[in-house]
Design a protein around this ligand. Sequence first.
Ligand SMILES: C[S@@+](CC[C@H](N)C(=O)[O-])C[C@H]1O[C@@H](n2cnc3c(N)ncnc32)[C@H](O)[C@@H]1O
Length: 206
Amino acid sequence: MKARVRHHVNPLRSQFHARRLATVPLPPGEVEVELGCADARFLFERAPAHPKTTFVGLEIRAALVAQVNREARELGLGNLRAQFAHVNVDLDALFDDERLARVYINFPDPWFKRRHHKRRLMSPELIACLHRKIRPGGELFFQSDVWELALDALATVEEQPERFANIAGPWSFVRDNPFGARSLREVRCEARGLRIWRLRYRRLAD
Ligand SMILES: C[S@@+](CC[C@H](N)C(=O)[O-])C[C@H]1O[C@@H](n2cnc3c(N)ncnc32)[C@H](O)[C@@H]1O
């Protein structure tokens, strides 16, 4: 039975800023992380095809974290787990530096109203943190059907050219998702024929 899940959590609520999470225990080998994984459909598609890689979904809605971990157990997917986290507050504490091979940001919440823009996931601070957490040569992938959000993500990463190189060339989008897995939002956008804006970056050495 699916848990009841809130539609949105306000990431500015003070409860998220008053605690520090422990590092996620990880086996040796590659680690891939999705920020804001929701039901983790994307990771559920990737994990069986890459059994030696560990997949971690970070999610601020606790009921979804429990649901993902229950489904992973039922499917016997020992290399997939969800972790409750506020990405903008907790990411630094959750992983050792240069531990991650890939990070995915699939369809982050748009928070359309101007006064809510500060709730958005993407920020210069997040990019600086991702640069610390992704290993040199590792990847950062972003996708969204919201043009304004994608353009903002593009500018936010490209304004730190010493940290990430755009695989498609500076200030460019990639057409396809090359990872053989699709998120729920991605499937729904494709079913409606919506255009999806995708960005793919390589983490540069210091
Ligand atoms: C629009 S949904 C997309 C879910 C999934 N990635 C997909 O593509 O189908 C965005 C998800 O990010 C989560 N989220 C938003 N802000 C977050 C934050 N600061 N930290 C962790 N998760 C967050 C939301 O709860 C939501 O589940």
